[in-house]
Design a protein around this ligand. Structure first.
Ligand code: UDP
Length: 485
């Protein structure tokens, strides 16, 4: 007879091993711990090593939640010397499926989280792109929730892919990227070809990313539910579209804001970080000496890259705008040689930067964005960065690089009107003009909208409570994933 003692809720969380998903999944994990739910957080060895090298985050979770939090690791299957850059994502996903998935299966089937273990797992929360999780959860009879750490509006375009292909809207018939897309229900009149995820710009529907996304589309409805790091007031029309796809939708974001609210007060911890790059905190003291709302923060996140020509266009635009700027130049984020004759920095850029700029290799971004000196954000429109900016009420200039970012930037510019979309352009004149508009000419207009949305973001906690209840409920009910044909 199996152990008759009551089983406590125990969630295994399996994030995509990249900075953005890691951030949001760790925040969700901590919120679950605060709601007395045990967590096994499954990182790849590569990510865990970088986390330990760059932060005190491992100690933080283990010492703060000794009875609730533990890390486990799996190999990602890539040789250690291989880069884990944006262009390597298909390789990473394929090697995770080949190498990490079987170890994960054993862990939850008969290993440290299995039914006969001291702490049997009662629910799995995995990244939506881990299609192998549906079969594994079905095999062991444990409910699975997919957490898609991109925005619902972006994921919705992924789910519309089969329809777009069937209707002949994909691949594009000509070069007109301004053509309006019609087969994305709920987005009528909003999405142009150029606003679809970057992988749609191909003539080859056998492209690896397209095939991976089409596979994801088939698996998402098989989970017991879908978790999003968003809030109703931001994406209600799109969230309602998902009700036709998945039985339970949990809009639990903005997770970092909810967590911050929970940790405030006498129990608040010293700030900690989940970065897999070493943060340069000197930028905070630099910001302390800048006037209110005078600085534009520039960052393209953890995966996007730019050419040397683009670097100089942005740099000239920043300096010519006359605005103060804090710029994150992640190591390895400038690629190729470009047309610039040499690496020499023109005098006006060197001088402008010395007078008004601060450049770091990685910043404590959440802290930066809530600093009163920051007046705007030139961003690559990654979903975490977008939400972090929304919560702090900072207007954005969006320069999307790939995948979901093209959709996010369209929503920021056209739907939420929280900034400007600079998509597909990188010209010093445009950069200068947009910075002036956001920081000066239309600052009042953008600030009013951004502040309004920030208030709504901070006020939205109800769905998160539903999620905690649901996980506790799963623990007492035998749920199986729906079978996959
Ligand atoms: N980030 C950071 N410091 C930096 C740049 C980025 O801490 O200098 C964090 C940022 O706060 C966000 C994450 O890295 O949480 C990037 O995730 P996002 O989804 O915005 O973009 P991605 O890196 O996945 O493209």
């Amino acid at each position: 007879m199996p152990n008759q003692a009551p089983i406590s809720p125990h969630v295994l969380i399996f994030p995509l091993p990249l900075q953005g998903p890691l951030n949001s999944m760790l925040k969700l994990a901590e919120l679950l711990c605060l709601n007395h739910i045990k967590i096994t957080f499954l990182n790849t060895q590569h990510i865990q090593e970088r986390l330990c090298n760059c932060t005190n985050s491992e100690n933080y979770y283990l010492s703060k939640y000794p009875n609730y939090f533990r890390f486990q690791t799996v190999p990602d299957g890539l040789p250690e010397e291989n880069p884990r850059t944006g262009d390597q994502i298909p390789n990473l996903l394929e090697s995770m499926e080949a190498v990490a998935a079987p170890i994960f299966r054993e862990m939850v089937g008969c290993g440290v989280c299995g039914p006969d273990s001291e702490n049997p797992v009662t629910c799995i929360i995995a990244d939506g792109i881990f299609t192998f999780a549906t079969d594994i959860a079905t095999e062991i009879g444990v409910p699975l929730l997919y957490f898609d750490t991109i925005s619902p509006c972006a994921l919705w375009t992924y789910l519309c892919l089969p329809k777009l292909i069937e209707a002949g809207e994909l691949p594009f018939k000509d070069d007109n990227l301004d053509e309006i897309i019609t087969n994305t229900p709920g987005m009528e009149g909003i999405i142009r070809r150029r606003d679809l995820p970057s992988f749609c710009r191909t003539n080859n529907l056998n492209d690896r990313i397209i095939q991976l996304v089409l596979k994801e589309d088939k698996h998402i409805p098989l989970a017991q539910g879908l978790i999003f790091n968003t809030f109703q007031e931001l994406e209600a029309p799109i969230l309602s579209q998902f009700l036709n796809i998945s039985p339970n939708i949990y809009a639990v974001g903005p997770l970092h804001a909810h967590l911050k609210a929970r940790l405030v007060g006498p129990e608040a911890e010293p700030t900690y970080s989940n970065s897999i790059w070493k943060e340069d905190k000197s930028c905070i003291s630099w910001l302390d000496s800048q006037p209110l709302k005078s600085v534009i923060y520039v960052s393209i996140g953890s995966l996007a890259v730019m050419t040397k020509d683009q670097l100089f266009e942005i740099w000239h635009g920043l300096v010519n705008s006359g605005s103060r700027f804090l710029w994150v130049r992640r190591p390895g984020s400038v690629v190729g040689s470009g047309n610039s004759e040499s690496d020499e920095i023109p005098l006006e850029l060197a001088q402008g930067t010395k007078e008004k700029g601060c450049i770091v290799s990685w910043a404590p971004q959440e802290e930066v964005l809530c600093h009163p000196a920051i007046g705007g954000f030139l961003t690559h429109s990654g979903w975490n960065s977008t939400l972090e900016s929304i919560v702090e009420g900072k207007p954005m200039i969006c320069w999307p690089y790939f995948v979901d970012q093209q959709v996010n930037s369209r929503y920021v510019g056209e739907v939420w009107k929280l900034g400007l979309d600079m998509k597909d352009t990188c010209d010093r004149v445009v950069v200068e003009k947009m910075i002036r508009e956001v920081m000066e000419l239309r600052n009042d207009e953008f600030l009013e909208r951004a502040n309004g949305m920030a208030k709504l973001a901070k006020a939205s906690v109800s769905e998160a409570n539903n999620l905690y209840k649901c996980i506790a409920h799963f623990t007492n009910q035998k749920h199986r994933t729906r079978s996959y044909e």
